[in-house]
Design a protein around this ligand. Structure first.
Ligand SMILES: *Cc1c(COP(=O)(O)O)cnc(C)c1O
Length: 465
């Protein structure tokens, strides 16, 4: 008889991990060699008992797990996982549905429709926008830009799906100076090149300057894609869509918005102004595994041009019987894939409209609290306006010391101490610590404890410098 008791064991081990999460050293130093040894060894000749496999995995992986879903992890833009979303993810694995076709999983297809619809409503996107569930914002950008490439070339009389870019009219790509690095990876995969775009200068918060975009657009003609951004990965600032959208529209160009995390601001009445006009774009990339706090991997591609989206991504094969209902594979680069709509559905149901707003607004309030606590310490400077959930911190030594060096050593000490975790960046030529508050578990107490740890590390490093 098939024995699935191993699932109970996995649930127990998972709950032990989650219970320890708040007090686990956040990003402990790891010895790669030791980790490789505890997980490595020869491929077993014979299969092992499932329970032994799970225990071995838990023991071996433990030292190499990062407490990134926990309350004091402020690296990158990560976000934790809501309990309902983790549970839905387990069911997704157990159900093992192939989300390619309606026929291969009617439930997966319908849940994607429902969750996609809820998201459009929540974010104020056009109700008839098309939706694809992808691995993350990188693939969401790719998907949206594939639709964009289709549409701008179709308007120029070119069938890019059939003929590729060989001999195609040139596609002008315009992107903000501060566009995310993964946007260029998408452009490269689409054959548009990652060095061919015209970059529009940004202001001191990293927002595209609309008058400079107008200058660039004045000198282009033909198929054109403009890539704007909601949420600079350092400052959290968004481009001025209200000024940008009409400029792009006047050129019959396509406006794409990489909104991986800051598009969530549209779900919060008090923050919506930061992304005002974003609904006037032609496509939007969004991450669910960041601020919606679903497990990896989950991003969404939305476009206001369903026919272009479908034409760019659809796969025609005789045995892939199309249904009258929506087939998810028509809207994503992949065919077979996990049914990642279930986690989005569960997260949205468990939070509700209010809950999404609270989560996003709370993270922003906590970011402001962190900035205020740190700024009170002489020698600590906040480099950005705390518009959203991102805080850039620079540490300056007394006298005329090396602030970049001190900032680097404070970051390293904070990471070693393990109370919280923050990474580093360079902002406008200055080294900075980068703090992103994106998880549902973070409380004011976590912020205060983390601020104390950061200030402690700064004092220790400043006095030994
Ligand atoms: C995180 C991020 C990305 C990349 O998203 P992935 O989910 O890691 O693929 C792209 N753009 C922006 C603005 C981001 O913050």
């Amino acid at each position: 008889m098939t024995d699935y008791r191993v699932l109970d064991l996995a649930a127990r081990r998972a709950q032990e991990f989650l219970a320890q999460l708040p007090e686990r050293p956040v990003g402990p130093p790891v010895d790669p060699q030791a980790l490789a040894e505890s997980l490595g060894g020869p491929l077993p000749e014979r299969g092992e008992d499932p329970a032994d496999v799970v225990e071995h995995l838990v023991r071996g992986a433990s030292a190499g797990l990062v407490a990134s879903p926990g309350p004091r992890y402020f690296g990158f833009v990560i976000g934790g996982s809501l309990p309902a979303a983790v549970a839905a993810d387990w069911l997704t694995a157990a159900w093992d549905q192939n989300a390619a076709l309606f026929l291969s999983s009617p439930a997966a297809a319908v849940v994607e429709d429902v969750a996609g619809g809820w998201l459009k409503e929540l974010l104020g996107l056009p109700t008839d926008a098309s939706v694809g569930f992808v691995t993350g914002a990188t693939m969401a950008n790719f998907t949206c830009l594939a639709a964009a490439r289709h549409e701008v070339l179709r308007r120029a009389g070119w069938d890019v799906e059939a003929k590729g870019l060989q001999g195609a009219p040139r596609v002008n790509v315009i992107a903000g100076e501060e566009a995310h690095s993964t946007l260029f990876a998408s452009l490269r995969l689409l054959g548009l090149g990652d060095k061919t775009s015209t970059r529009v200068p940004a202001d001191e918060q990293g927002r595209m300057r609309a008058p400079e975009l107008a200058d660039v657009l004045r000198n282009v003609s033909g198929p054109t894609i403009v890539c704007a951004q909601a949420g600079n990965v350092n400052t959290g600032a968004s481009d001025p869509f209200e000024a940008i959208a009409p400029l792009v529209r006047a050129k019959d160009a396509w406006l794409h918005v990489d909104g991986a995390f800051a598009l969530w601001a549209a779900a919060v009445p008090a923050l919506r102004g930061q992304v005002a006009g974003v609904e006037r774009a032609d496509s939007w990339a969004l991450d669910a595994h960041k601020w919606l706090n679903v497990p990896y991997d989950c991003g969404l591609a939305f476009t206001a041009h369903a026919p272009a989206h479908r034409a760019a991504l659809t796969t025609g094969a005789a045995y892939l019987i199309a249904s009258a209902a929506r087939d998810p594979l028509d809207w994503t680069p992949e065919a077979s894939r996990r049914a990642r709509g279930f986690t989005v559905y569960a997260a949205l149901r468990s939070l509700g409209r209010d809950g999404v707003g609270d989560l996003v607004a709370r993270c922003c309030a906590l970011a402001r609290r962190m900035a205020a606590r740190l700024q009170a310490e002489p020698g600590v400077t906040i480099l950005n306006e705390i518009a959203l959930n991102q805080v850039l911190v620079r540490f300056t030594p007394r006298g005329a010391g090396d602030a970049d060096g001190l900032t680097r050593s404070v970051i390293a000490r904070v990471q070693r101490d393990g109370v919280c975790w923050a990474g580093g960046t360079t902002w406008q030529g200055k080294g900075a610590m980068r703090i992103s508050v994106s998880g549902w578990q973070t409380t004011e107490t976590d912020i205060d404890r983390s601020a104390d740890a950061i200030i402690g590390a700064f004092r220790a490093e400043a006095s030994s410098a």
